[in-house]
Design a protein around this ligand. Structure first.
Ligand SMILES: Cc1cc2nc3c(=O)[nH]c(=O)nc-3n(C[C@H](O)[C@H](O)[C@H](O)COP(=O)(O)OP(=O)(O)OC[C@H]3O[C@@H](n4cnc5c(N)ncnc54)[C@H](O)[C@@H]3O)c2cc1C
Ligand SMILES: *[C@@H]1O[C@H](CO)[C@@H](O)[C@H](O)[C@H]1NC(C)=O
Ligand SMILES: *[C@@H]1O[C@H](CO)[C@@H](O)[C@H](O)[C@H]1NC(C)=O
Ligand SMILES: *[C@@H]1O[C@H](CO)[C@@H](O)[C@H](O)[C@H]1NC(C)=O
Ligand SMILES: *[C@@H]1O[C@H](CO)[C@@H](O)[C@H](O)[C@H]1NC(C)=O
Ligand SMILES: *[C@@H]1O[C@H](CO)[C@@H](O)[C@H](O)[C@H]1NC(C)=O
Ligand SMILES: *[C@@H]1O[C@H](CO)[C@@H](O)[C@H](O)[C@H]1NC(C)=O
Length: 657
């Protein structure tokens, strides 16, 4: 019998009875009371003094008064839920606890936590469990999953599902017929909290810290680096925090911005923001995928957008951040208070500084767009590879000319199984330009293509708003696979300023595609907008001419050695080729290579040292940890170097110095 649990039960004079009805009861000092929302939970204080909080969510907080009341009730060792005083920092254990460990919370503690959160705790059942023998088997659900696994929406609405399942160890993938295999939790969290109040976040942060369990935050599940999951973890699921408050006349704390702004809960999706913006006559800075979370991982990581070349990065739009910090307190960071944190969280990455509950961001007036889209292959066009590369070179070498305008050229390229290439422009567009001017701009390129005999069957478009172009001409990207990994590089303007270097640049990118990688390439820039205070956006973004995401794939039946070799090729060879032609440039953390040995420099550039200093101040116990997050070098997943999936299916321990 785990000693800790026994002691806890005795001392706290608490026991929990499963009654015959569904109502729970708690015995407090010998008296049986029904443990429900009235007697125990939710443990919240309703704060009415601050009008800037999102009602019904941010005003419901854990306060010292609440904790004092709970102590009086003797419901549990309530100090588990206390705020951190940041004392005894040296006593933080070397490893996080895992289920089965003596000190991992037992059933009763989880039950008390569940009651305090108002019944928001969810025991993880991987989404794919419906396709495995056992209590969760469900043929109809399994059919649905098999048909729809690659669609982002399938995962967004689940508390723990990952769009990059490699990081849970590729366990519980929906399977066809092969019901012999087991569905295990792997790198999925043990429990999630279905968050609807700030108080629940604070309780979870305090509980995870007191009990030394891993804490993760999961919003939509899009993450490409496994930063949203962890074995044995308590996970905060922020999906339902989807309020959007539209403010036509917002004034920032220091008065430097006056204009329209949205205050968005942490669960707001890109398409939700775009739809509200469309309705109210604004343009929001968001990503291209419908279901990426705006204030979750996207904005703290920088956030590139179809309008970035015009308005800057998503992080540049942020005017104020509400956040639960690692000590459990709920604070606001802006240009007048908690300014270090405000600097860091605008570009310095998600899952590092606390749990964001909402962000207030600037939005812009509606803007017209014009552009062209295409979707073709060398076979469709009846051209050979050499002609294809000439057509590509004609386009890529014109990037600086297009970058004179706020351009957004977004293309995907990959080899075909029987030779040749597929190429999609989805789309190349310029906000604020008419179709007439756009056609004039691209005419020399089209002439050159025509002379080469290259006809991608262009589809031109023009709209008086971004939303319509985005709805019609942007692709959906398949997710949920376990046979690919990606890396990226932000190639600077400099590479276009010298003819020889440009030659080399084009040849290098071409060689990567010729060696079997797929390439997502953008003609995009992330200039710092005027009037925006300094922030932690990777400086490489400010100078980018071409943003390249490269990916390697392996067969579904590849051996561990083959997968490890593919990973090594991506990081050590293909990625390195891009680094070699752009020394001192960087990479985008949100779509970065988890194995990049120089990730600090690549993802954060010269900001890293200051970010690390701020991290040590805000989170001295490293409660928030995620791979490649600032400060994460102090910890590692045990044995991860032998895991071809580089998953989160292992114990997190300090790296001994
Ligand atoms: C199909 C697809 C399309 C994409 N398109 C774009 C694009 O156009 N532009 C672009 O810039 N990026 C794009 N991305 C990358 C995207 O920005 C990252 O995957 C990002 O991490 C997603 O954030 P999320 O909150 O949606 O996802 P999640 O996986 O839920 O979370 C991502 C990270 O953020 C942390 N996090 C989430 N919420 C919070 C919170 N409230 N507080 C603290 N930490 C939090 C998580 O712990 C995790 O580390 C795309 C990704 C995919 C899969
Ligand atoms: C504390 O308990 C008292 C008595 O039950 C109640 O009136 C008060 O609202 C509680 N305060 C908080 C912050 O929960
Ligand atoms: C309650 O927990 C705290 C911290 O975990 C511990 O220091 C304290 O001794 C416990 N109190 C009791 C009465 O068990
Ligand atoms: C896949 O999802 C779509 C849209 O939700 C649904 O119409 C379809 O029935 C699903 N497929 C299966 C096999 O369930
Ligand atoms: C999570 O909470 C929301 C809002 O209360 C609710 O609608 C939803 O059903 C809950 N989901 C789960 C899986 O508990
Ligand atoms: C660039 O490459 C082309 C052939 O691809 C060659 O004709 C040209 O001379 C090269 N220019 C420079 C400056 O290297
Ligand atoms: C692996 O799968 C591929 C198809 O993806 C198939 O052609 C090949 O024969 C398989 N190899 C083995 C060893 O099963």
């Amino acid at each position: 019998m785990p000693a800790q649990r026994t002691r806890w039960t005795l001392v706290a004079t608490l026991s929990l009875l499963a009654s015959t009805s569904c109502a729970q009861t708690i015995v407090v000092d010998g008296k049986t009371v029904s443990a429900d929302y009235d007697t125990v939970a939710p443990a919240v204080d309703s704060i009415s003094s601050n009008a800037r909080l999102l009602p019904g969510f941010e005003n419901l907080q854990l306060t010292d008064n609440v904790l004092a009341n709970l102590t009086n009730l003797q419901l549990s060792n309530i100090s588990l839920f206390h705020f951190d005083d940041n004392k005894n920092l040296d006593s933080t254990p070397k490893c996080k606890s895992l289920p089965g460990d003596l000190l991992y919370p037992g059933k009763i503690e989880w039950k008390v936590f569940d009651l305090l959160t108002g019944g928001a705790l969810i025991k993880t059942v991987p989404l794919g469990a419906a396709c495995y023998d056992g209590e969760h088997y469900d043929a109809a659900v399994c059919d649905y999953l098999l048909a729809n696994w690659s669609i982002t929406e399938t995962h967004v609405n689940d508390p723990s599902s990952l769009m990059s399942p490699l990081f849970a160890g590729a366990t519980c993938q929906p399977q066809n017929g092969a019901l012999g295999e087991e569905c295990t939790l792997g790198g999925f969290p043990e429990y999630s909290v279905n968050v609807t109040t700030v108080a629940q976040i604070q309780l979870a942060v305090n509980f995870a810290r007191s009990r030394n369990i891993r804490l993760v935050v999961r919003n939509t599940g899009h993450d490409f680096l496994g930063r949203n999951t962890g074995k044995g973890a308590l996970s905060l699921w922020t999906h339902h925090l989807n309020d959007i408050e539209v403010m036509d006349e917002y004034e920032s704390a220091d008065g430097s911005y006056k204009g329209p702004a949205f205050k968005m809960g942490a669960g707001v999706l890109v398409h939700e923001m775009y739809e509200v913006a469309e309705k109210h006559g604004y343009t929001g800075v968001g990503g291209e995928c419908r279901t990426v979370g705006v204030t979750g991982g996207y904005t703290p990581g920088g956030g590139h957008s179809p309008v970035s070349s015009l308005y800057g990065m998503a992080a540049d739009q942020v005017l104020s951040v509400d956040i639960v910090t690692p000590d459990g307190r709920f604070i606001t960071a802006d240009d007048t208070q908690n300014t270090d944190l405000f600097w860091a969280i605008r570009g310095g990455g998600a899952a590092t500084w606390g749990v964001v509950t909402s962000m207030t961001v600037r939005v812009h007036e509606k803007i017209a767009v014009a552009g062209m889209a295409w979707d073709t292959t060398t076979t469709d066009m009846g051209i050979d590879d050499e002609t294809f590369w000439k057509a590509i070179e004609a386009y890529w070498s014109r990037y600086p000319e297009y970058a004179e305008y706020p351009t957004y050229g977004y293309c995907r390229m990959s080899g075909l199984p029987d030779g040749g290439y597929a190429w999609r422009g989805k789309p190349f567009m310029i906000p604020g330009m008419t179709l007439r001017d756009f056609k004039k701009l691209v005419q020399p390129l089209l002439d050159e293509w025509e002379a080469l005999g290259v006809d991608p069957k262009l589809e031109f478009f023009e709209y008086d708003n971004l939303y319509s172009a985005w709805k019609k001409h942007f692709p959906t990207v398949p997710v949920g696979g376990t046979t690919a990994r990606t890396a990226n590089r932000l190639l600077p303007r400099k590479n276009w300023e010298d003819a020889e270097l440009l030659n080399k640049t084009i040849k290098t990118v071409r060689s990567i595609v010729e060696d079997g990688a797929f390439l997502v390439h953008y003609n995009i820039n992330g200039p710092k907008p005027e009037g925006v205070s300094d922030n932690a956006v990777n400086p490489a973004w400010r100078d980018t001419m071409m943003f390249n995401i490269i990916g390697v794939m392996w067969d579904a039946n590849a051996t561990e050695e083959e997968i490890a070799a593919a990973n090594k090729k991506l990081t050590g060879d293909l990625s390195q080729r891009l680094k070699d032609i752009s020394p001192g440039a960087g990479a985008y953390n949100n779509e970065g290579d988890l194995m990049d040995p120089e990730w600090q420099e690549s993802f954060y550039g010269q900001n890293y040292d200051r970010l690390l200093e701020i991290k040590k101040k805000i989170d001295p116990r490293d409660l928030f940890w995620a791979p490649t997050a600032v400060g994460s070098e102090g910890w590692a997943i045990v044995n991860q170097e032998n895991d071809p999936f580089i998953s989160q299916d292992g114990r997190l321990c300090r790296v001994s110095a």
